[in-house]
Ligand binder design. Structure first.
Ligand SMILES: [Zn+2]
Length: 189
């Protein structure tokens, strides 16, 4: 099996900031559109049937289709040396809702960069099992957004509760047997 790589902390923090915007503004159309794309990406990952997967891929391509960027070369202030040239910057279209639109384009841009350069991260985009917030998992099998949600799941896991009851029953039985054994031995003396 391939060794699972841990996601670096700064990437986790960036992702957390990006997703926090969604938690705070779930009703915004920009957030809903990104949410749809994330849902599709997870669905594609989980879908094993060929036709269904193809149809999901088609839907996500269409969803990406609305985003358009222009690339321009950017020069620094005159007199600065050539190292000040950045190869290109992305210019997003005129915005009616600057903050939400900037966030949306930023989120989509990051998804595209991830898909191209860090495909491993794509498989780590998950919803938290407890609160269903979006998150970038530290490892691909991590299921919770925070220690709080992990603890909640731990405390409320039915299997674990049953295990706990079974342990208590066994403990009780062992103690009873020990007490009976003690009583028997006491009688023998
Ligand atoms: Zn959570």
């Amino acid at each position: 099996m391939r060794k699972k790589k841990k996601t670096p902390k700064h990437v986790l923090n960036q992702a957390a900031r990006l997703f926090a915007f969604m938690d705070e503004r779930p009703e915004r159309p920009q957030v809903k559109r990104v949410n749809t794309i994330l849902e599709l990406l997870v669905a594609i990952r989980n879908e094993k049937r060929f036709d269904e997967k193809a149809e999901l891929i088609d839907r996500v391509q269409k969803a990406f289709g609305r985003y358009r960027w222009a690339r321009v070369i950017f020069w620094g202030a005159p007199g600065n040396d050539q190292t000040n040239i950045r190869s290109h910057v992305f210019i997003t279209p005129a915005k009616r809702h600057p903050e939400d639109d900037t966030w949306e384009y930023g989120a989509i841009h990051i998804l595209l960069v991830i898909a191209e350069y860090y495909p491993d991260y794509l498989s780590k985009i998950e919803r938290c099992d407890v609160c269903s917030r979006w998150m970038l998992a530290r490892k691909s099998d991590h299921r919770f957004c925070s220690g709080k949600c992990r603890q909640y799941d731990y405390d409320n896991d039915p299997a674990r509760k049953e295990q706990h009851r079974a342990n208590m029953r066994r403990l009780y039985r062992v103690e009873r047997e020990r007490a009976e054994w003690g009583a028997k031995n006491a009688r023998r003396k």
